[in-house]
Design a protein around this ligand. Sequence first.
Ligand SMILES: Cc1cc2nc3c(=O)[nH]c(=O)nc-3n(C[C@H](O)[C@H](O)[C@H](O)COP(=O)(O)OP(=O)(O)OC[C@H]3O[C@@H](n4cnc5c(N)ncnc54)[C@H](O)[C@@H]3O)c2cc1C
Length: 308
Amino acid sequence: MTAHEPEYRKKLKALVGGKILFDECMDRHTSIGVGGRADALVFPGSVAELGKLVAMMRAEGVPVFFVGNGTNLIVRDEGFRGVIISTKGLRAVRIEARGEGRAAILAEAGASLAEVVALTAKEALAGMEFCAGIPGSVGGGIRMNAGAWGSELKDVIESVSLLNGEGNIQSWRRDALQFQYRNLALPGGSCIAGGVFMLARGSREAVEGRIREILRTRTGKHPLEYRNAGSIFKNPKGMPAGQIIEEAGLKGTRIGGAQVSEKHGNFIVNLGSATARDIIGLIELVQEKVLEAKGIALEPEVKIIGEE
Ligand SMILES: Cc1cc2nc3c(=O)[nH]c(=O)nc-3n(C[C@H](O)[C@H](O)[C@H](O)COP(=O)(O)OP(=O)(O)OC[C@H]3O[C@@H](n4cnc5c(N)ncnc54)[C@H](O)[C@@H]3O)c2cc1C
């Protein structure tokens, strides 16, 4: 069965109480603002609904992709044949005391990192300030092991709840998970349903001060005036990708509406009319030129999906 058949659409509607958008353009759901149509973009309203949906997709053999805030994602212009499942309907966040001097934040996958960071400031919990300004969701952040300023989410994670391809949920302690630089290796078809972050009680003033400082530095360094997907390439050992790209003389290089930012070499910005083809073409051009000039093979950090 394919996600185009009316029978299949009926089944989806019967299963999901949350929103379903058929033939939805993904440029509205990615921070860089490109992407063709997904057969369906589905917003389950609870973890139980998400579980049923995942199990049904597996049973029907329909390709599935999970999306959080779409801030590290490029969907090709030809779109995605299958169902994209958004976690935006799963946003519960709460705090649990953990003895003297510590507390845990339990957050569902669709909660934004920004919201969690704001809560840590309000509750004077130290350890997640580095996430200030990272526009992703909790699920996307954990999947990407998001990080900045020498810290990564794995440093503060106590456990992650994973939903497997059969739709069953299980909690995994950090030691049992394979975190790497900008990656958490997951068994195929698994979805992150939520995570628990372990934080230390600190001073509200200090936590807020650090967050303010980070946000100020980011605004100065990143081209936030244009739509973008954050860092395009992973940093190779030894030198940040942005510096390598700058030294190769590629800042400002353009293909169509996509440009290597003049402000930060590791950002590609959408000048307003970029297509996924422009952006992917520019990624490939940068890779080719950097290999030629520096002998370094840059590896994309952003995820690229969809029909070629
Ligand atoms: C202006 C800007 C600044 C940024 N700065 C940083 C930075 O400092 N550090 C950094 O690490 N990143 C940064 N990013 C990139 C991005 O915000 C992070 O990678 C973020 O963690 C992605 O979260 P997301 O919810 O947007 O994920 P998405 O883009 O929606 O998805 C990214 C990947 O995660 C997977 N995924 C999402 N949710 C789930 C889930 N529930 N279960 C399983 N897989 C899932 C998707 O399938 C995809 O493979 C930045 C991006 C922007 C636009």
